[in-house]
Write a new protein. Structure first.
Length: 69
């Protein structure tokens, strides 16, 4: 899977809204799970909430500060 995660400053912390490109069926299987993490390219994990599914991926938003940004 590939991802796009633009990061912005909001209320003194870094947050992001982005999308995952990949297997929509796999994402659909886990959509109702309450906890998801995105492992970014440098190995860090960021908690995310899936907000919308499509056949090619999902939209998400971070659920807290993004460490290291």
């Amino acid at each position: 899977m590939r991802y796009h995660l633009p990061i912005r400053q909001a209320h003194g912390t870094q947050v992001g809204d982005g999308f995952l490109l990949g297997d929509g069926d796999l994402l659909r299987e886990t959509y109702m799970d309450s906890e998801h993490t995105l492992q970014i390219s440098d190995g860090r994990r960021i908690p995310v909430l899936l907000t919308r599914l499509s056949s090619t991926g999902a939209q998400f938003r971070t659920t807290g500060p993004i460490p290291g940004f």
